[in-house]
Design a protein around this ligand. Structure first.
Ligand SMILES: [Zn+2]
Length: 462
């Protein structure tokens, strides 16, 4: 398939680019920040704005009220039996602070050096908007979109997606689909678009131990007191060996190893370990022996101490033997691992490795399942082809080391078999930072890719 086939389509997109960017600027001017409790007016304005645009594209729907911010749900029904797409994104943005570091005001979108600068330009208003404009160009060029499409655009992604996660768990039937599509991730670099094929899950927990009835004077009792700080550090130190491997029995039991193909894709990714180590102020990158840095940061499970404290930590000194010590721990999990089962391994390890008489209290914080996209899914190949047409470049298949709770839920509660996670923003676009931007060329390439993808998903032109 050559781009000749798409000439009319690509011309339409080019002809309307200024108009598309102008509309995106209107969207970006609405200062709906998810975390501001007094932001209802702006959040509703942003939700209604996107709903209105969907209506003009022939979608039917409304705002679903929640305990938090409303969820935009709008649907285009083509015909029963046609593939059903669930397109996800978010209209709520991060706070604009520190506002003095912005070159142009965060809610006055400004175009310079080929990019639009504003809070939300990349994350996620700009990326969401590529879907709407792709549908608009598609309709003008080809007529009706031969797919059933449901848009779910939420306002709480930046603050944990509580309302949407609950809706997915309680009423999964509302969002049934064959294919899940989202763009809220990033490209690998400004030259390489990416298809994200996996996310790590997470298990977070807290641990408190008590070794004695009370803190003791380190002179009167030094030598006979049982120091909780020492007991806790010994316990934590036992959790990993000198090769960076977690020693907790059962921790790696269900880890699904990388396939040959995944490993080959991963080895192709450019990654300069020495430069990264230097930029982070380390002589070399630490971690589990026997794995590359890309593997360690995206497909291997981890164990981190996020915080620990005991005794006296204020200014000055207090010569005390602490009776209590605390730690917050978390593990990023990989496909095969489950948060509750991993938590149970930790509980057992702690119970079996504390000295006699030491009391412990272990509590589960939160968890999310890891997600692995089925690499055999033919829609992945369709997406890669569409990106090749739209960007004129090959996409990289990557795995993210992070966790997106919504994707876990889509995979595990909605059980949607096909997951297409396509990042349109460059890593340097400054999501969550001052001077967030989105390149107009990337917007154009994304709109092109999506139109080609819609055709492919509807099995036209194949
Ligand atoms: Zn986002």
């Amino acid at each position: 398939m050559s781009s000749k086939v798409y000439e009319a389509l690509f011309q339409d997109i080019d002809r309307h680019m200024d108009e598309y960017m102008g509309e995106l600027c209107d969207f970006l001017r609405i200062p709906g920040v998810s975390t501001y409790p007094d932001g209802r007016e702006n959040m509703e304005k942003a939700a209604e704005w996107i709903l209105e645009k969907l209506r003009t594209l022939g979608f039917e729907g409304g705002l679903r009220q929640t305990e938090g911010w409303p969820i935009v749900m709008a649907e285009h029904t083509y015909r029963p039996g046609a593939p059903r797409l669930l397109i996800y994104g978010h209209y709520g943005v991060q706070p604009e602070m520190p506002v003095e570091e912005w070159i142009s005001p965060p809610f006055e979108p400004t175009i310079r050096d080929g990019a639009v600068y504003a809070r939300g330009a990349n994350d996620d208003k700009g990326q969401v908007y590529t879907y709407l404009k792709a549908l608009e160009s598609y309709r003008r060029v080809y007529g009706e979109i031969p797919l059933n499409i449901l848009f779910v655009i939420e306002g709480e992604e930046e603050i944990g997606s509580k309302s949407l996660l609950r809706l997915m768990r309680e009423q999964p039937e509302l969002m049934q689909a064959d294919i899940f599509l989202m763009s809220d991730s990033s490209m690998l670099s400004k030259e390489i678009p990416a298809i994200t094929c996996g996310f790590r899950g997470i298990m977070a927990m807290e641990l408190e131990i008590q070794t004695m009835a009370r803190d003791l004077h380190s002179g009167l009792f030094g030598g006979i007191g049982l120091n909780a700080g020492e007991v806790l550090s010994n316990l934590l130190a036992k959790m990993k060996d000198e090769n960076g491997r977690v020693t907790i029995p059962g921790f790696y039991d269900r880890v699904i190893p990388l396939t040959e193909r995944e490993k080959a894709e991963m080895d192709k990714l450019p990654y300069n370990e020495a430069a990264v180590a230097k930029s982070l102020g380390m002589p070399a990158l630490p971690g589990e022996a026997g794995y590359t840095a890309v593997e360690k940061k995206s497909c291997r499970p981890t164990l981190d101490i996020n915080g620990m404290w005991c005794g006296f930590t204020g200014e000055g000194s207090k010569t005390v033997i602490p009776a209590r010590a605390h730690a917050k721990l978390s593990s990023r999990l990989v496909p095969g691992q489950e948060p509750e089962k991993i938590f149970a391994c930790f509980e057992k390890f702690i119970r079996e490795n504390l000295p006699d008489g030491v009391r412990s209290s272990v509590s589960y914080g939160f968890g999310a399942m890891p997600v692995l996209v089925d690499m055999g899914d033919p829609n992945l190949e369709r997406a890669a082809k569409a990106i090749r047409e739209g960007f004129g470049r090959e996409a990289a298949y990557i795995r993210s080391g992070g966790t997106i709770h919504i994707v876990s839920e889509v995979k595990n509660s909605l059980k949607i078999p096909s997951l297409l996670i396509l990042g349109w923003g460059r890593p340097e676009n400054g999501s969550h930072s001052p001077n967030e931007c989105f390149y107009i060329d990337d917007f154009r390439s994304a709109v092109r890719s999506l139109c080609v993808l819609f055709r492919a998903l509807a099995r036209e032109n194949e």
